[in-house]
Write a protein that binds this ligand. Sequence first.
Ligand SMILES: C[S@@+](CC[C@H](N)C(=O)[O-])C[C@H]1O[C@@H](n2cnc3c(N)ncnc32)[C@H](O)[C@@H]1O
Length: 188
Amino acid sequence: MGAGDGKAALRRARADPAATVIGVEPAWQQLVAVAGRARQRPERGGAPNLWFVAATAEEPPAELLGVVDEIHATMPWGSLLAGLVRPERRTLDGLAALAKPGAALRVLIATDAWREPVPHALRGLERPSPELVTNALACAYASAGWRITDARWLDTVETRAVESSWARRLTRGHAAPAVLRIDATRDG
Ligand SMILES: C[S@@+](CC[C@H](N)C(=O)[O-])C[C@H]1O[C@@H](n2cnc3c(N)ncnc32)[C@H](O)[C@@H]1O
């Protein structure tokens, strides 16, 4: 969810040809180059098991409702980030509508976004931390059908291993950003 340039989705699809991988991204123009590569034959780096969809978490496509085993929101920003940390019922419900019972949700948040100047969408929101997730967010997630199973900071090695063009951009020439990982399971 929030697939960005789609590179992480392409890598995942190539690594796991038996899986169907769907990258959802409202700013779909970013996906055009990778979508072209995915259409190549597998021996040329293509991935027939990869689909891209122009949509948002809040309004997921009807064709995907209730069929998803794993949802990854890696380095979300904008309304997706605000929806996950405020949290917004529309965002959590939209993700829950996609998920099969027992499906996994993994969110990786670069909390450096809370450094000044804080983006408009995040103003007034507390910088998320494992404590905030446990004390404040877990209840809202639970009422949308998401049971939080873990919330912790990634260490530097884990942060550098995150499959994300955005994470690579953030870490290039800098100290690794503080990344919060949230894991949740869809109650069924
Ligand atoms: C910082 S980029 C990260 C892209 C990619 N996951 C990565 O790690 O390289 C965040 C992405 O979230 C998308 N996004 C923002 N709001 C969204 C929403 N409500 N639903 C789905 N995606 C959203 C943006 O268009 C953007 O491409």
